[in-house]
Design a protein around this ligand. Structure first.
Ligand code: FDA
Length: 437
């Protein structure tokens, strides 16, 4: 029985008892003792699904409380996304973390976990390991020597207690409740039993780095509502006339404000052969839905119409494109000229009416574009939507539908802005659950 079918310690004891009855095998003998040890080895207090940012963090913290933890990871290596993050330098947190930096249908959900494990707690851990880091724009903290420093730190924390086993190439296929406080977890490497299951399997972004919908399916199995998902922090694509412009400008960047009715971001905007990328585009993608337009201000922080009218007085013979070279690369100005003032391209500014200058200024600062879509999960940094957080405890991250099941990290309907906020959520939600699993 133990060899050929899924079983628990209890099943095993019963089967030995039956053998004892019918075959007169002494179940107090050494055989029983060894099998019980073997069974104990396959039984964990906590099984964590996913060895990504949140899963490794949770394992380290739960093991510190004396919990025996198994982390199962479907990829052949752990922490793949951490290694790729922040252009290989891992933007591991931010100096200014506020609930406003997160998108969720239940915006208050993040407050408790973020306040109990703050950016300063994680910075403290990074400092304990002597990891060198730098502050970039907007309080973003990046390692100086590479994301591997963060992954190695998490793995060292996991090794500290000796209570954690990590198995890679071990995809979880199913999780079944057995009885109260007991689950069986069916994996590619066999079946394991545990008291608590932590779903840290992330979202759908970048399938080659482990992106998977497993967590959503599991949540549905236990009766959870899962908000529709879509790619976030992702470049925009175009199929109209603007695509030709971005293709020609591919590789060029400038500081710009991208906005729609929901939000506005002033950061670098990068032209690509498929459309628009760079921090400002990635940030706005979190607030954009298919079919919508958004506005680009190519000259943030300036009232360009007033500036042009002043130039009209002082440099009346100069062409508009020559004047604008003061603000941006020639190639970008030429493309904007073709889009906004093609008829007046060879006319000195002094010959343009104030009204026309105002129109041109308005276009430069409120230029409307309509993407055909985004690059999708293939390149998205995050997944928007996910498990409805009203059905999860904000204190413990435990499911309100199924005792013993916990959800942490990106699988929940919590998405951070660009800037280290997503990792901070992974650390904080892992910390919250680690105290209760
Ligand atoms: P994460 O995705 O890290 O881990 C989930 C793990 O579960 C994966 O290893 C996956 O293989 C595994 N898994 C899935 N299904 C499974 C199954 N059935 N069985 C077993 N294992 C399974 N954020 C940030 O704050 N700063 C940054 O610099 C970046 N940079 C960045 C770059 C790129 C390219 C990407 C794609 C993403 C970022 N992010 C980021 C986002 C950040 O990586 C992300 O928010 C966190 O990794 C989420 O952590 P989780 O632990 O929730 O999932």
């Amino acid at each position: 029985i133990p060899v050929f079918s899924p079983f628990t310690v209890e099943d095993y004891k019963v089967s030995l008892y039956i053998l004892n009855l019918f075959l007169k095998i002494d179940y107090n003998a050494e055989l029983f003792y060894d099998w019980e040890l073997l069974m104990a080895a396959a039984y964990y207090d906590v099984i964590v699904i996913g060895a990504g940012a949140s899963g490794l963090m949770l394992a380290a913290l739960a093991a510190r409380r004396g919990r025996k933890v198994l982390v199962v990871e479907k990829a052949n290596k752990v922490g793949k996304k951490i290694l790729m993050s922040g252009g290989g330098k891992c933007n591991f947190t931010n100096l200014y973390v506020e609930p406003e930096h997160y998108i969720s249908h239940n915006p208050h959900f993040v407050i408790s976990a973020l306040s109990r494990y703050s950016n300063w707690d994680f910075i403290g851990l990074v400092c304990d390991y002597g990891i060198e880091y730098e502050e970039r724009k907007h309080g973003q903290l990046f390692t100086l020597n590479g994301a591997k420093d963060i992954l190695n730190m998490l793995l060292s924390e996991c090794k500290k207690t000796g209570n954690i086993e990590i198995r890679s190439s071990c995809e979880v296929k199913a999780v079944n409740p057995l009885c109260e406080n007991s689950f069986e977890v069916i994996t590619a490497q066999g079946q394991f039993n545990c008291e608590s299951v932590v779903v840290a399997s992330g979202g759908l972004s970048i399938p080659t780095l482990g992106g998977s919908g497993f967590g959503y399916e599991l949540a549905k199995q236990f009766g959870h509502y899962v908000y529709p998902t879509r790619a976030g922090l992702v470049p925009f694509t175009f199929s109209d006339q603007f695509k030709e412009v971005t293709t020609r400008l591919s590789g060029n960047a400038l500081e710009a404000t991208l906005s729609n009715s929901l939000n506005s971001f002033t950061e670098a905007l990068l032209f690509t052969h498929r459309g628009l990328s760079g921090p400002s585009a990635l940030q706005l993608s979190n607030y954009w839905c298919n079919g919508e337009s958004f506005q680009i201000n190519f000259l943030p922080g300036t009232d360009i119409a007033i500036w042009l009218k002043q130039k009209k007085q002082s440099q009346s013979k100069v062409l508009l494109r020559t004047l604008l070279n003061e603000y941006m690369a020639k190639s970008i100005v030429v493309e904007l000229q073709n889009l906004i003032w093609p008829e007046e391209s060879e006319i000195g500014i002094g010959n343009l009416s104030d009204q026309r200058l105002e129109e041109i200024g308005e276009n430069l600062q409120n230029f409307s574009v309509k993407p055909s879509g985004t690059e999708g999960y293939r390149t998205a940094e995050v997944t928007l939507g996910g498990i409805d957080t009203t059905e999860v405890s904000s204190k413990t991250m435990e499911s309100k539908k199924q005792k013993g099941i916990y959800f942490i990290g990106e699988v929940l309907d919590v998405t951070g802005h660009l800037g280290g906020y997503n990792f901070q959520w992974a650390w904080a939600s892992a910390h919250a659950a680690s105290q209760y699993v």
